[in-house]
Design a protein around this ligand. Structure first.
Ligand code: HEC
Ligand code: HEC
Length: 128
């Protein structure tokens, strides 16, 4: 997989650009299993970093704004506290969105992979 002798120093990996354009223009990416955090289908490059005070993701995906922004609302599991009880606002444990949701690059797989997910693409894509 390294494509070089074991003793050779690793070459720097290619820099790959994230796929995806402006939010609002991208089809959702099918999920491969029901509890998978969906991957981010749109560009993320120009967003501000998520900090304690600021979270630009919530300015489109937050409960108060998602309808106006025409964006999918954050998942139901994001409103469950550590004790398993339902919260009125999204859990602080879900504040750092990009710890679970990631954009994708168009990279060819290094090894052949026959994995098949358990979510039908049509169903996952239609869920909004
Ligand atoms: C300007 C509004 C906007 C911002 C900011 C934004 N999104 Fe989105 N997001 C959307 C829209 C609209 C979609 C639906 C796909 C599309 O139309 O591009 C989407 C789709 C998604 C999805 C796919 C959901 C699914 O069910 O497949 C995820 C995950 C997501 N965004 C996460 C994020 C994260 C994390 C951030 C912050 C880094 C973020 N978004 C910032 C508008 C936004
Ligand atoms: C600890 C991991 C984790 C974090 C942190 C997290 N998510 Fe999620 N997210 C998930 C999982 C797992 C799902 C799918 C299950 C569900 O819907 O709850 C999901 C679902 C979603 C969906 C799709 C909901 C649906 O089913 O239609 C959106 C949109 C989303 N998250 C946005 C966000 C945003 C925005 C943040 C940051 C404020 C965030 N998430 C933080 C794990 C996470």
């Amino acid at each position: 997989m390294r494509g070089a002798d074991v003793n050779a120093a690793d070459a720097a990996a290619d820099t790959k650009a994230y796929a995806g354009k402006r939010p609002g223009t991208q089809p959702l990416v099918a999920r491969t299993f029901s509890t998978q955090p969906p991957v981010i289908p749109h560009a993320v490059e120009n967003f501000d970093e998520i900090t304690l005070e600021e979270n630009q993701c919530l300015s489109c995906h937050g409960v108060d704004v998602y309808k106006k922004k025409n964006a999918p609302v954050i998942g139901e599991s994001h409103f469950v506290g550590r004790d398993g009880k339902k919260l009125a606002t999204s859990s602080a444990a879900r504040h750092n969105c990009v710890q679970c949701h990631v954009p994708q690059v168009d990279a060819p797989p290094l090894v052949e992979n026959a994995f098949q997910g358990d979510v039908a693409p049509a169903k996952a894509a239609a869920k909004k």
